[in-house]
Design a binder for this molecule. Structure first.
Ligand code: HEM
Length: 444
């Protein structure tokens, strides 16, 4: 008889897909998408790069352009460039008409900024159309801007309330959290990712300058991941976080569309409002790392806490980063501790397959705290089709883990990322705005 856990391991071997096979399959998909001119999520993910692979520095180019139109927004399964910035904002839109105008205007800015172009010239008596920090031409620089909506947006507007995605909620405190109010929640989230920090800042400045009547920033966290050259055989490795470990090794493969349909995207069968199909839940956490304490911790202890070997990224019972740990052979945790981060986060049982999430984090470094410690950590960003089954369940399993001695979540929030805009006649959130118009007004 095949033991439940052995079955889980076999299934997971399939999930960590053979990259070569994927590349072949996706190459065909990408080719046909280009031929028809229709950009789908297939074309967006048509690269063998896994989201959390270290960006290859030699490939970074200001002309790199991520297509904007598609079934899903970019910046989720598309490979993660070196720089990220997460901004939460409050929305000033008290009527459905204002809300629609805000969405249309935001879409137009995102299209221009991510696809590039020349800002218009204006009379010198007026403020310039562009901040100028990137010069006269705006190059796309691999920029994606991903738009999500927060719980408060729906809760504070009666005409939006009944259309709230089923699992969207205000983030509550977990056991190890020390949440700072000014770093939490928000009506709308903008995730900027590009090759350079200046491109992200430029894009934010552009949006704020063009939409002051609609958007007020609430909090912002910038981050980055190290760029590296691929190995001589062309393979890529996951980028390291500020604890020095490879981060992303066991992420579900973002190039596997069928898997992403299960793990990340809200589908027709998800019992969500119709407008939400094609979107995803975004869980964001600013997790401070106590790096001074970590750097004084013996290597063996660090590896036992994480459940992986620091330099290679291999699981405790493996040799390479891609090896899959076999917990069935280690029921007492003699090789991988039962409370190791990776074992709690994903016990790899048939049951825990439901809790897979796609992580797309950045490392942050903010300066020095009042008591003379480095303020560094992980800007944790995860995507899932069901927030409860995904992030919330995984975080509850992690509550009390030994890693907590070295980390402290201080901020973040939950958002629902809008489905993509299909073509130039479309805008982000159109189906939601149309659903608002279709709801009969409530009597006050
Ligand atoms: C500062 C905070 C964190 C650090 C330093 C950290 C670090 C790591 C590292 C080094 C790995 C192993 C490599 C990999 O598969 O990516 C890992 C795996 C993982 N982490 Fe975290 N992590 C943190 C927070 C979180 C949080 C908040 C969650 C979700 C609630 C989470 C969920 C996971 C999951 C699901 C895995 C993959 C486990 C597997 O499938 O084997 N992590 N993390």
């Amino acid at each position: 008889m095949v033991h439940k856990r052995e079955m889980a391991t076999e299934r997971e071997d399939h999930l960590i897909a053979d990259r070569r096979k994927l590349l072949l399959g996706l190459g065909v998909a990408a080719g046909s998408a280009l031929a028809t001119g229709i950009v789908t999520d297939r074309a967006l993910a048509a690269d063998d790069t896994q989201v959390t692979d270290a960006p290859a520095s030699h490939k970074a180019d200001v002309e790199q352009r991520v297509p904007f139109y598609g079934v899903h927004q970019a910046g989720i399964v598309t490979p993660r460039p070196a720089n990220g910035m997460f901004v939460s904002l409050d929305v000033i839109a008290d009527t459905p008409a204002d809300f629609e105008k805000m969405l249309r205007l935001l879409t137009a800015r995102v299209v221009f900024l991510t696809q590039g172009g020349t800002p218009p010239e204006r009379d010198a008596k007026l403020p310039p159309a562009d901040s100028g920090i990137l010069g006269p031409e705006i190059h796309p620089d691999n920029l994606t801007i991903t738009v999500g909506l927060g719980d408060s947006l729906f809760e504070t507007r009666p005409w939006l309330k009944s259309l709230k995605p089923r699992h969207l909620q205000r983030m509550t405190q977990f056991k190890n959290d020390a949440l700072v109010g000014e770093l939490c929640h928000g009506d709308i989230s903008l995730q900027f990712c590009s090759n350079t920090a200046d491109t992200n800042i430029h894009a934010l400045r552009d949006i704020l300058a063009n939409m002051p009547e609609y958007l007020v920033p609430r909090w912002k966290q910038e981050g980055n991941v190290p760029t590296i050259l691929p190995k001589p055989d062309g393979t890529l490795e996951s980028a390291r976080n500020f604890l020095g470990f490879r981060d992303g090794s066991a992420n579900p493969h973002s190039g596997d569309n069928a898997l992403m349909d299960k793990v990340v995207w809200v589908g027709d069968d998800h019992d969500e409002p119709k407008w939400a199909v094609g979107g995803t839940y975004q869980a964001v956490r600013i997790v401070r790392n106590f790096v001074e304490r970590w750097d004084r911790t013996p290597l063996g202890e660090q590896e036992r806490i994480m459940g992986r070997k620091k330099m290679s990224g291999a699981p405790m019972d493996g040799k390479t980063e891609a090896d899959v740990p076999d917990y069935a052979k280690d029921p007492d945790g003699k090789i991988t501790r039962l409370d190791a981060h990776i074992r709690l986060a994903n016990p790899r049982t048939v049951e825990s397959q439901k809790n897979l999430i796609l992580r797309r984090p950045f490392n942050y470094s903010n300066g020095v705290t009042k008591n003379g410690q480095l303020d560094q950590g992980l800007l944790f960003i995860a995507y899932q089709s069901d927030l409860e089954r995904g992030f919330i369940t995984v975080q509850k399993r992690l509550d009390g883990e030994p890693l907590e001695e070295y980390i402290k979540p201080v901020g973040g929030g939950y958002f629902f990322v809008l489905p993509g805009a299909r073509d130039s006649g479309d805008y982000l959130g159109r189906e939601l705005a149309e659903a608002v118009a279709a709801v009969p007004p409530t009597r006050s």
